[in-house]
Design a protein around this ligand. Structure first.
Ligand SMILES: [Zn+2]
Length: 475
């Protein structure tokens, strides 16, 4: 009699057998993925063809209207329907909007990855109903029942900040001395002064997100969708604060927006410069909105990307935050010169680490033994497996589990625990929905295990790399 742990040990070296195994395995939830990067490029292409937008065939930029462009420039643009070689255009878009066929050259992996978001910006900001249904369809197909999607930007464009430049300068001056007292006084002042317009912007956003949730009718078949608000870390300090303030306010007032996040390239000049400020903004806002749970992208850095002394400090800085539930990526902990203490504190705080294997491999070149996934797991820091941007990366949650099992030595029971974490450590409140999802996961696992055992038990498994292939030829 083989146990499932033994079966997984035997097929571990064989990725084709692992795909067979993990395609069938229930996977709970995906807690770290961005809406726009999760839509597969083919869907964006279909949409822009159907809308017949204008395109610049050289730069692949899109526009709905080109009438305001100078006549000289207009010549470079045409309607998509007027493009002669449409198949060639589709392939070019597929390559520009995802990592398909990408070869490092004049552009680095991280540069290409982040550039895709600007390229497909126009279609990604429309057609949300189809987009959300695509996420649901893929989730169910991959045996995922819960998504916590980092969704759409909260617009604060109507909030007038007459003294923006002055406020930014003040923030940057305070950051130099890291005077938390002075910073909190300043934030308190801004909080009072802008509460009204921020509330208006936050409420408008909440209504928009809740309407999209209702109109998309995704919550059927035991599938649950929640959202995270987010702010982009490359903006100037006062903009980041006002948006984050509105993100917290909106999340605090909605059952469907179950979290807040901070995103975008961490190695950017402004992101690196303002990391301390951003952390202090979270600290301030968690005091104002103690019910709001949030995650941050932190430690998405690798040697060679920034100067060595800037590595291994970001995760450590988050330790001052009380309501931070999860950290996305957290790869650069390997460079922390207070590594043991940081690990111990993460353990004590039960901070969850969101692991994004394909994303880290493409953007950072971090894979295999350079990835700290086993360090976290073996030190009893909860981990969850996520996709980050499966559309851009052309991956899937199933592939993430294949990579986990193929590269790292987690047993089946341990992987099952990681899957359960994805519901337990979601930002869903403890209650009926969470209980139902956990019960469903449990019964799906029972069914999965029964099928796997029935299938594999008649076969004498041998501890060699070809057993899985032998097994396949038997079937
Ligand atoms: Zn991310």
């Amino acid at each position: 009699m083989n146990t499932i742990n033994e079966i997984l040990e035997t097929i571990r070296p064989n990725r084709s057998a692992l795909f067979g195994f993990f395609s069938m395995m229930p996977k709970g939830g995906d807690l770290h993925h961005h809406y726009s990067g999760s839509i597969y490029t083919e869907s964006y292409i279909d949409y822009v063809f159907q809308k017949d937008f204008f395109i610049n065939e050289v730069t692949l930029e899109l526009a709905k209207d080109i009438s305001t462009l100078p006549a000289e420039i207009q010549k470079e643009w045409k309607k998509i329907s007027q493009v002669i070689n449409k198949e060639k255009l589709k392939l070019s878009l597929l390559r520009a909007w995802s990592i398909k066929d990408f070869v490092k050259g004049s552009q680095s992996g991280d540069e290409h990855f982040f550039a895709t978001f600007t390229q497909f910006n126009l279609p990604s900001k429309e057609d949300y109903i189809n987009g959300l249904n695509e996420l649901k369809r893929r989730a169910l197909n991959q045996k995922i029942s819960y998504l916590e999607t980092i969704f759409i930007t909260l617009s604060t464009k109507d909030i007038q900040l007459p003294n923006e430049t002055e406020l930014d300068k003040q923030f940057l001056d305070i950051q130099k001395t890291k005077d938390t007292g002075a910073l909190n006084l300043e934030l308190e002042k801004i909080f009072k002064e802008y509460l009204q317009p921020v509330t208006t912007a936050a409420n408008e956003h909440t209504r928009k997100v809740e309407k999209l949730h209702a109109d998309s009718q995704v919550e059927t078949n035991g599938f649950v969708l929640r959202f995270q608000n987010y702010v982009a870390r490359y903006k100037q300090p006062i903009d980041v604060f006002i948006e984050l303030f509105a993100c917290f306010h909106s999340s605090d007032n909605s059952n469907l927006i179950s979290g807040v996040n901070i995103v975008a390239a961490e190695n950017g000049e402004t992101s690196m410069r303002d990391y301390w400020l951003h952390t202090m903004f979270f600290k301030f806002l968690e005091g104002k909105y103690p019910k709001v749970r949030y995650a941050v992208h932190a430690g998405e850095l690798v040697g060679g990307m920034v100067q060595p002394e800037n590595l291994g400090t970001h995760i450590r800085q988050t330790l001052i935050l009380d309501n931070l539930t999860r950290i996305g990526h957290a790869v650069d902990i390997i460079y922390d010169n207070d590594f043991i203490n940081t690990i111990r504190k993460l353990q004590a705080k039960k901070t969850v680490i969101e692991i994004n294997l394909s994303s880290n491999e493409f953007i950072l070149g971090v894979a295999n033994d350079l990835h700290p996934v086993e360090i976290y797991y073996r030190n009893h820091i909860p981990i969850v497996i996520c996709t980050d941007d499966e559309g851009v990366l052309r991956t899937s949650i199933t592939e993430q589990y294949v990579l986990l099992a193929h590269r790292y030595k987690l047993s089946y029971d341990e992987i099952k625990e990681v899957v359960t974490n994805s519901i337990t450590y979601s930002n869903l409140e403890d209650g009926k929905i969470k209980t139902q999802l956990l019960e469903k996961l449990d019964s799906d696992f029972k069914e999965f295990e029964k099928n796997i055992l029935e299938f594999y038990q008649p076969i004498v498994l041998e501890k060699d790399n070809f057993t899985a292939l032998k097994f396949m030829s038997l079937s």
